[in-house]
Design a protein around this ligand. Structure first.
Ligand code: NAG
Ligand code: NAG
Length: 403
């Protein structure tokens, strides 16, 4: 989510194109940083001159089918770390991720995917500038929607899970993009790479967050920014206000069977992960190597006596530190993975939790959702390179999920 609309993009790309180096041979990134719009990507480029930091300006690679706004992959000279910007919201995030998967000049077999972007934050969990690392992302926008003016008297919200008749029901019809779960042990290993003393804060953010102090439940919102473990809500719709935030927090809780904790809003996380699951089914990607990082640019709901619109407009005071912290988090993680490659990351960080989608197409048994589709085995794709050994039982799937 961003607040500053079209920047001097054309100028930015003329500048980088002039520095283009040709990329010979396949690039085998150890880390792929995924960002979503111009400012999130540009912070990695402008900070590339910082002493000791990864320099993403060294290589440029045009990615076919990428967003016309962000056609280039930026990489360090050795290709160990690369940076891509997808374009905003779900359609663009999926399309650009598929473009990376389809690019024959990339070897992604050992790549760690680190999503880093700004988002809204829940003041009962986080504050402006906070850095969050998620285990789940939940597509809260996947719903029937009734206009609030036409709600049945018993409905507390107009968002109703599809295939159900009540806002409080959990699962109805399942599309399989509702929830993705990533490797929690990896998240734990990556979050300690972020030096808490480097988390950017500002006087403007401090003044704004002080308004939340009056509500005891919002103490985290009134505290200085830090590094947190909590989960992201994906929605094309940029929702705002306490009622929608509470509705979607409840959906995160329901759809993760009580394990997930809603703390950030974003328009892309699940969209990237949906593409990565497909990459994993083709043995192109290791889905155990995915991290979701969001930094908080604004609050998802107003402080006491503030209007929803006032918070939406003025709450953007957190945006500059959120952008800075995208780089603080993402660059620290990338450097940390590369620095400990041989001893830790080359072999992978074994997941102790389930990783994958709602149906369990990668194998394993989802610890949320209505149930797996292939008895704990990965699904078999005709002609796929990997070791898949089980077929999706279509009849089973329909009866289990669409009952
Ligand atoms: C890096 O580049 C930025 C923007 O071009 C500039 O403001 C900054 O002074 C430079 N920093 C260093 C250490 O060279
Ligand atoms: C998750 O909760 C739903 C009810 O909300 C239940 O039907 C389902 O079996 C639970 N899934 C797991 C894996 O426990």
């Amino acid at each position: 989510m961003r607040f500053i609309y079209q920047s001097a993009l054309a100028v930015a790309y003329l500048y980088v194109a002039a520095m283009a180096a040709t990329c010979d041979g396949r690039i085998k990134p150890k880390v792929m940083i995924i960002t979503f719009f111009d400012a999130e990507g540009e912070i990695y480029l402008t900070k590339s001159n910082t002493t000791g930091a990864l320099d993403f300006r060294a290589q440029l690679h045009r990615v076919p089918y990428a967003s016309p706004e962000f056609p280039y992959l930026h990489c360090t000279r050795d290709g160990d770390a690369c940076l891509m910007t997808t374009g905003e919201a779900e359609i663009q995030a999926t399309a650009t991720t598929m473009a990376l998967l389809a690019d024959p000049q990339l070897d992604l077999s050992e790549t760690y995917w680190v999503l880093t972007g700004v988002g809204g934050g829940a003041p009962d969990r986080v504050t402006l500038g906070a850095i969050t690392l998620a285990r789940f992302t939940v597509q809260v926008g996947m719903s029937y929607e009734l206009d609030a003016r036409e709600l049945p008297p018993a409905f507390a919200t107009g968002y109703v899970p599809q295939g159900t008749e009540s806002p409080d029901a959990a699962w109805g019809s399942v599309y399989n993009s509702e929830v993705f779960e990533v490797n929690a042990a990896l998240r734990d290993a990556l979050s300690v790479m972020i030096d808490p003393s480097r988390v950017a804060d500002s006087a403007a953010a401090a003044a704004y967050r002080a308004h939340y102090e009056a509500v005891p439940r919002f103490a985290p919102g009134a505290a200085p920014p830090a590094v947190h473990h909590c989960d992201s809500a994906t929605s094309d719709t940029w929702f705002t206000g306490a009622l929608l935030a509470e509705t979607h927090a409840r959906r995160v809780d329901l759809w993760t069977n009580g394990t997930g904790v809603y703390c950030t809003t974003a328009q892309e996380d699940g969209a990237v992960l949906g593409a990565l699951v497909r990459g994993a089914l083709e043995s192109r990607v290791d889905f155990g190597r995915v991290a979701i990082v969001r930094t908080v640019s604004d609050f998802d709901r107003p402080y006491p006596d503030q209007s929803v619109m006032d918070n939406l407009v003025k709450g953007t005071v957190g945006y500059p530190i959120a952008i800075e912290n995208v780089w603080v988090a993402g660059e620290s993680i990338a450097r940390g993975i590369i620095g400990a490659w041989e001893e830790t990351f080359e072999a992978g960080v074994p997941a102790r939790n389930y990783v994958g989608d709602v149906w369990g197409v990668l194998g394993g048994t989802p610890d949320f959702g209505p149930g797996r589709v292939s008895d704990g085995e990965p699904v078999l794709l005709p002609g796929a390179k990997g070791q898949q050994s089980a077929k999706v039982k279509r009849s089973t799937r329909r009866s289990r999920i669409q009952k």
